[in-house]
Design a protein around this ligand. Structure first.
Ligand SMILES: Cc1cc2nc3c(=O)[nH]c(=O)nc-3n(C[C@H](O)[C@H](O)[C@H](O)COP(=O)(O)OP(=O)(O)OC[C@H]3O[C@@H](n4cnc5c(N)ncnc54)[C@H](O)[C@@H]3O)c2cc1C
Length: 374
């Protein structure tokens, strides 16, 4: 089959790789002019890593992230309240390293059209897509394929084509994410993932090693109680200062290593991450259009399942669509199986994300400290 994938994030690249492995011809269109360097990092769970490596994505050397030992839940002073071993094989990894590993694997025998964003789809009377309109630096291109894969993240045009106006709200708990090197904070963190909580709830700081020389910190806050000034979303000197002042205000009473961590942070590179909250859409497909990753199901960062689910979507999609040899089965039947399987997997994550959010905004319950995990 000829397959067109929109979005060269984790879901799109992985879908292209898994579908190619089944013998399909895939083209990838990415709206950005080059691979994303922005974003910071996340926890990769062992099942996600197993899927990635089984498709030849090499997570070793400089792109290998950092194996995680223990999760330590602390109060704001740094006192450990609860600790547990991370699932064996879990790693912290920079987003750009994972995107680079996927890009390397895909480009071994594929191409990405950068600065090429999907704008809209043409449909026939039966709701089947006949072509897609892609805007490029050179103008407009019409793309035809047997199957169209929407992997363009939270603001997916493909999802909008399937379910126009589906409500998506900003998540109640956004994040400021910083990236830090230097011996002191790294020595303090070791191989562990730490999270410090304000006991009164609504503020926490995660500290996650992402490679041998760096860690990321992410400040999660209840935006209803602590609204981030609009200027803090702007990428200029005033925006950087607003991010610094906001972090200093929320974390002012936090103990070691927080003051040193903030002092070592370049706030011009601190990223304001605004996740979304949405009900599960009724189906991840229609006719010859299918969604993967955040396009299908934005997930709460609290569940740590955004990346692993994007990878699992791609694997399930390729398995259901099957080999590139001619099949007599209508593509919509394979996509329906994919949608059913993945919706069933994602529904509990959405419920879990919401209950973790509710727990987060109220005072910390010392009798209910479970691996969050993000
Ligand atoms: C810049 C960025 C930074 C992030 N940082 C973090 C982080 O620090 N921590 C964390 O936990 N999660 C982060 N995320 C989210 C995380 O990557 C996703 O939740 C998860 O990996 C699922 O990935 P995805 O491929 O479905 O979506 P995404 O990672 O959002 O990828 C979607 C891709 O589609 C492209 N795209 C968008 N619109 C179009 C269009 N019209 N046509 C073609 N392409 C389009 C985007 O440029 C992007 O490359 C980040 C996402 C992005 C885009």
């Amino acid at each position: 089959m000829e397959i067109t994938v929109f979005g060269a994030g984790i879901a799109g690249l992985m879908a292209a790789i898994t579908l190619r492995a089944e013998g399909h011809r895939c083209r990838v269109y990415e709206r950005n002019p080059r691979a994303h360097e922005s974003g910071m990092g996340f926890i990769l769970m062992p099942e996600g890593i197993a899927c990635l490596t089984s498709f030849g994505i090499r997570l070793d050397g400089a792109l290998g992230g950092r194996p995680l030992g223990r999760y330590r839940c602390r109060d704001a002073s740094g006192r450990v309240l609860y600790e547990v071993a991370m699932p064996a094989g879990a790693r912290g990894i920079r987003r750009r390293d994972l995107v680079a590993a996927l890009t390397q694997a895909w480009l071994s025998d594929g191409a990405i059209a950068f600065a090429a964003g999907i704008e809209s789809f043409e449909l026939d009377g039966a709701g089947r897509i006949t072509s897609a309109r892609v805007s490029t630096a050179a103008g407009e291109e019409r793309v035809e394929a047997d199957l169209y894969v929407g992997a363009e993240g939270i603001h997916s045009r493909a999802r909008e084509a399937l379910f126009p106006g589906w409500p998506i709200k900003p998540h109640r708990v956004p994040e400021l994410v910083g990236f830090v090197g230097g011996d002191g904070p790294l020595r303090w963190a070791g191989d562990d993932f730490n999270k410090l909580h304000a006991l009164e709830g609504g503020v926490a700081l995660g500290i996650l090693p992402v490679d041998a020389r760096h860690l990321i910190w992410y400040l999660q806050f209840d935006a209803q109680r602590f609204p981030l000034p609009e200027i803090a979303n702007v990428n200029d000197a005033a925006g950087a200062e607003a991010r610094r002042a906001f972090a200093a205000k929320l974390l002012g009473a936090f103990g070691d290593p927080v003051p040193a961590l903030l002092a070592a942070t370049d706030f011009s590179r601190v990223y304001s991450f605004r996740p979304s909250d949405a009900d599960l859409i009724p189906s991840f497909h229609r006719e010859n259009l299918v969604l993967v990753g955040d396009a299908a199901h934005p997930l709460s960062p609290f569940t740590s399942q955004g990346v692993s689910s994007a990878v699992a979507d791609a694997v399930a999609l390729a398995r259901e669509v099957g080999p590139g040899t001619k099949s007599t089965e209508p593509i919509a039947a394979a996509l329906a199986r994919y949608s059913e399987e993945r919706r069933a997997q994602c529904a509990p994550y959405i419920a879990k994300g919401r209950s973790l959010t509710e727990n987060f905004v109220v005072p910390l319950n010392l009798n209910n400290l479970v691996l969050p995990v993000a």
